[in-house]
Design a protein around this ligand. Structure first.
Ligand code: FNR
Length: 377
């Protein structure tokens, strides 16, 4: 069993100052690797085909430099924001991840609980255990969002939306970048077929999904709607025309279409197209406090985290996820302070500048102290 998370404002997060085993974010990766078999490890780190989209996510973040302002009083800096009428300690949503039960016996319930304890948002994947009702029960007070892969007809979709409303999810999300399953070559090379893929049914509904379903949900339900997987201004505009509440800029962590753009390269055209008429989430390669600050400064309202969440969960369960959020908060607060800002309200795109990335992008490149060579495959 994992220890209960020991978090809170009274905790001393000064590096090296506590008996906390995880002092740097890369330490979760090392521990996760030692806890996981090759197939589970590949499930986290892998992406589609050449994995170019995944690397571009990191590259796009690394191609942004900061323009810090100085001689401002930054004694008191907070990383908190308000979203969905709730205060969050960070503008972070732990992104929907299928099959979290591979990493922790309680799966998504552990992640939702950690989010609730810390004060981050949690988006539950429709293909993660223990499912919609039990995850809600496990973390009744967390800011919970629900994500669906459409694998059934309108009646199926409407039933899931009703259950999300009934179980007090704050928003409903359709993932729309999975019309076809991608080729995950790490698995194919091993001749390994994931159980979740064998079990999945209703693939034709995913392939046939159109804006009509978005309209059906908006017409029938009040719950705020998020569309995850928007990657162009054109589709951002169509989402706005349908009254979508949140546009989630994402390429699925590079796990679907290969040779896509890095999410942070897509974000500016979405911000321009949306013009404040919907809120914006973004994910892809986000691993550090500085990444979160860059995304918010570039116009996002919430920032999603996929792989880092998996590594933290696989390393130390619920307490690991809470500790990961705590370390991210520490990085965010220091970054804001060094930019001359006391909160996210004081950062915008004037804090950012195009730059050359200094390292080769990889799924681990946010963590130069993590010696990834022995772990890459
Ligand atoms: C995902 N992602 C995902 N997205 C989704 O909408 N439903 C899902 O069930 C899953 N499952 C899933 C499993 C695993 C292991 C990963 C790593 C990712 C995509 C996820 O929500 C998010 O878009 C990306 O993970 C963001 O990129 P980073 O943070 O992993 O680089």
């Amino acid at each position: 069993m994992n220890e209960a998370p020991r978090i809170g404002p009274e905790r001393n997060v000064e590096l090296g100052a506590s008996d906390e085993p995880f002092q740097n974010l890369h330490e979760f990766i090392r521990k996760a690797r030692s806890n996981l078999n090759q197939n589970a490890w590949d499930y986290i780190v892998g992406a589609a085909e050449t994995e170019t989209t995944m690397r571009r996510n990191r590259m796009a973040l690394d191609e942004i430099a900061f323009r810090p302002r100085v001689l401002r009083d930054v004694r008191k800096v907070v990383g908190s924001v308000e979203q969905f009428g709730r205060k969050l300690r960070l503008p972070v949503v732990l992104a929907p991840v299928g099959a979290l039960e591979i990493f922790d016996p309680d799966g998504a319930a552990s992640v939702a609980r950690a989010c609730g304890t810390f004060g981050a948002a949690h988006m539950l994947s429709s293909v993660s255990e223990p499912g919609l009702e039990k995850t809600a029960e496990a973390a009744p007070d967390a800011l919970r969002l629900y994500q669906l892969y459409v694998r059934g007809d309108d009646a199926f979709v409407a039933d899931v939306v009703s259950r999300a409303e009934k179980n007090a999810y704050a928003a409903f999300c359709l993932t729309v970048d999975t019309a076809h399953y991608s080729r995950r070559e790490r698995d194919i090379a091993k001749r390994y077929v994931r159980e979740s893929r064998l079990r999945a049914t209703g693939g034709d509904y995913q392939k046939g999904l159109e804006w009509r379903t978005v309209k059906m949900i908006k017409d029938k339900f009040k719950i705020p709607l998020i569309i995850k997987g928007i990657a162009t201004a054109e589709d951002g505009q169509i989402a706005i025309d349908h009254g979508v509440d949140w546009i989630y800029v994402s390429n699925h962590g590079g796990r679907q279409l290969d040779h896509g753009r890095g999410a942070m390269h897509v974000l500016p055209e979405i911000v321009d197209a949306v013009k404040g008429r919907a809120k914006i989430m973004v994910d892809g390669g986000v691993c550090r406090g500085t990444d979160i600050v860059k995304a918010i400064a570039a116009g996002a309202d919430l920032v999603g985290i996929g792989r880092l969440q998996c590594w933290a969960l696989a390393a130390a369960g619920e307490a690991g996820v809470a500790r990961m959020l705590e370390l991210l908060e520490d990085e965010v607060v220091r970054c804001l302070g060094l930019l001359g800002a006391t909160s996210f309200a004081e950062v915008d795109k004037s804090c950012l500048h195009a730059a050359t990335a200094t390292n080769a992008p990889s799924v681990f490149s946010a963590f130069p102290l993590f010696d990834h060579e022995p772990y890459h495959y």
